[in-house]
Design a protein around this ligand. Structure first.
Ligand code: ADP
Ligand code: MG
Length: 289
């Protein structure tokens, strides 16, 4: 492609709401074989709501919800927002929180009044026995919902289930990528069954689940065995993967860290920008496959 055609290409992309931050990105995008997506906030809206609270017999609903919401009010995770919103809706009063600790990719722990409260993945509460919850949790996870667990004074008190919705365009974008001859992948920190259920709903080829924030880059490198990879993400946690990918594509509604690390930025939250970027790249650079 000539410098002029690259200028025309980036201009055309801008009209379609896709900003190429450097001209090499047009060429690199043409050569991509795999498009990998972050799940939460990228393929999904990233605004989950609480759908189920499954209690252990020794605990009481409002007490557990108030304790976990008090802790989650200090967290910045969307799961925390869902729990706090549910407690507010129920009109619960939240106790005073001390010793708050967030473990990235795992969960949160704090003291509320005199109680020790932990909320997070099974891994976060690794030493507890989850067998009473297993059947219900697997069923809900198979519907694409995310289960987390609450321990109070080191006893498993409840499974708390939140559900996020996929963006309206996600499924069609995945299908269109396949029609363009590309493979698709999803990388998520979420529960394996949950991630697999969402990938199945969307028709995504490859799923990497329960990936800790620190392991996203290594997971992305693994996908490179399939060919050059474009990574699409929105979060602070996605910034290293956006930088590492052959092409990083940030969701416009994402965090500043994601946008600054990306080669391409789509305006707004709609994933159709990925298709627009690929189409302009192929039109500008010519098809080589
Ligand atoms: P994702 O962006 O895919 O949700 P994260 O790395 O942020 O991935 O979180 C991975 C998992 O860690 C969540 O699915 C949840 O099980 C647990 N987790 C992290 N933070 C919290 C929190 N504040 N409250 C409850 N669970 C949490
Ligand atoms: Mg995200």
């Amino acid at each position: 492609a000539t410098p002029t055609s690259i200028m025309v290409g980036t201009g055309r992309a801008a009209e379609l709401g896709v900003l190429f931050r450097k001209s090499e990105a047009l060429q690199q995008l043409r050569d991509v074989k795999v498009v990998a997506f972050d799940k939460t906030g990228t393929l999904t809206q990233g605004k989950p709501t609480l759908t189920d609270l499954i209690l252990d017999d020794d605990f009481e609903h409002d007490e557990v919800l108030a304790l976990v919401a008090a802790v989650e009010a200090k967290s910045e995770h969307p799961i925390g927002d869902a729990i706090v919103a549910a407690a507010e809706k129920a009109g619960l009063t939240l106790g005073a929180v001390t010793d708050f600790q967030a473990v990235s990719g795992h969960g949160v722990t704090a003291r509320v009044d005199s109680r020790l409260v932990s909320i997070g993945s099974q891994r976060h509460l690794g030493h507890l026995d989850f067998s009473d919850f297993a059947e219900a949790i697997d069923r809900l996870a198979d519907e694409g919902k995310t289960p987390v667990f609450a321990a109070i004074d080191d006893k498993l008190a409840a499974a708390i289930v939140v559900a996020d919705t996929v963006k309206p365009s996600s499924k069609a974008v995945i299908a269109a990528l396949h029609a363009m001859g590309l493979k698709t992948a999803m990388i998520s920190g979420d529960n394996r069954r949950t991630a697999q259920a969402i990938a199945r709903q969307l028709g995504i080829d490859e799923v990497r689940a329960e990936v800790l924030p620190a392991d996203k880059v290594a997971t992305l490198k693994g996908l490179r065995q399939l060919g050059p990879v474009a990574y699409v993400g929105d979060g602070i946690n996605d910034a290293p993967a956006l930088a590492e990918a052959d092409i990083g594509i940030a969701v416009g509604t994402g965090t500043d860290a994601a946008i600054e690390s990306a080669d391409v930025v789509m305006l707004g939250g709609d994933l159709k920008g990925v298709l627009n970027a690929l189409t302009v790249s192929r039109a500008t650079m010519g098809n080589i496959w």
